[in-house]
Structure formats: structure tokens, C-alpha cells
Design a protein around this ligand. Sequence first.
Ligand code: ATP
Length: 244
Amino acid sequence: MLQVEGLTKKFGGFTAVDAVSFSVPQGEILGLLGPNGSGKSTTFNCIAGMLKPTAGSVRLAGEEIAGLTADESCRRGIGRTFQIPRPFRGLSLLENAMLAAHFGAGGHIDKPEAERRARDALRLAQLPDDPQATAHGLGAAGLKKLELARALATQPKLLLADESLGGLDTGEMRQAAEMLKRIRDERGITIVWVEHIMGVLLSVVDRVVVLDHGAVIFKGTPAEAQDDPKVAEVYLGPPETRAA
Ligand SMILES: Nc1ncnc2c1ncn2[C@@H]1O[C@H](COP(=O)(O)OP(=O)(O)OP(=O)(O)O)[C@@H](O)[C@H]1O
């Protein structure tokens, strides 16, 4: 579904993402991990069209999408959530999701179809779809669900989930992880999930790519990641500095 090859992003003379390559088959959940500043968001933003790569290729279902704008990427089938949810607080949850549905369809759907897509997305994210429900009073977990519903309402082939666990307590993190897994299981949506913490993510992803200083240092299963000395080093520091 997604093939990233030699993806490179430079900011002036600084290389934030350095020839990163990985692929994600249809229906897989890939965890993109790495410590702060390792290049996860920059990689993510190059795939989602928020940043133009300096070099490399990004293919979605075989089509080159590197360098497209965020709007074009969304219309090609990339849905994304944002780390910091910014819903339209004056609108109902349903209206928020309907706007996303219109956006994803490039304005080419009528109101009943946008409403159908919006209700379906809200139900998938376990939010109320009645027209009275608003974003007022939604806590961190509710706002993350709304973020997910808005991305799902664009009917993505590939869902890019950005730090979906930030600000959640342990129970909410587990529920958020289970929700992504259920969405993949029920709809077959391919997911790339970016987090800087490993924890609960490892229990639901199929494979993991770990970045450090902009480069891929590990690709493999969650179990292999937990046993990998390079992964331990970037997360925990060199062995001699770790507590016994
Ligand atoms: N617009 C920019 N201009 C210059 N440098 C940038 C820019 N965006 C990111 N960087 C730098 O690129 C590097 C990678 O940043 P990035 O945000 O991709 O890392 P990250 O792994 O997502 O980190 P975090 O987990 O903290 O979000 C960092 O050194 C960062 O300071």
C-alpha cells in the first residue's frame, strides 16, 4: 500500500530525514518509533504532503505522491490525525466529521453522503453521532477520538496516526490502541502509527520501524524490537549508563 524509498528531508544544511526506506503492505499496522528529534514527524509530514521531500519517493498503491500538497494527498487516500486536536468547537461532532468528509471527497459528494460517511466514522471512533453532541466537555481521550473520526470520514486507504497516545492515562492508551486495531481489522485500513513511546503500541502493531538521527536503525516485529540492542540503546542509553 505504501512504499517509501530513499526519503530525505533537509532543512538548510541539516538532514532531518536521511534516505529512509520502508514499505507497508495493505492492512498492516506499522509503528514508526524513535526518540525525540529522530525524524518521525518530518517523515510523517513528507508522506502526508505537509512537507515537500528533498529527495526520494513515496508511493501510495503504486502511485507517486511525493511532493503533492496535503489536500491532494488526502484526496488520493491519505487520512491523518494531528498530535494536538483542533476541532471546530462551535460545531457539533457530526458537523466536524461532515466537513472532513467533504474535504476528503474534494467537495464532490452531496450532503446526505457526507452525513453518511460522518456518522459511520463517528461510530467507528465510538463517539455519539446525534446532531446535538458537541466537542465541548470532551477530555483528551474524546478529542483524540474526534481526531480519528475526522480522519476516517475522509475514507482513507492509509491512516497516518500522529502520537495518538499523548496526554492519555494508561487505561485510555490501551483503549486508543485497541481502537486502531479494530479499525484495521474491520475495515482493512492500512495504518502508520507514529509515537515516541513504545509501551502499548508494541501490543497491537504488526511491525516496527525505528528511527534515530533521521535514519532507520531497526525494522522488524515488536518482539524483535524489544530484544534489539540498538533499539534499547536509543531508548535507554548505552548499557553502562543504565540502572541495574
Ligand atoms: N522546520 C524545521 N526547520 C529546521 N529543523 C527542523 C524543522 N522541523 C524539524 N526539524 C529538526 O529535525 C529533526 C527531526 O525532527 P522531528 O520533529 O521530525 O523529530 P521527531 O522524531 O518527530 O521528534 P518528536 O518525538 O519530539 O516529535 C529535529 O532535530 C528537529 O529540530
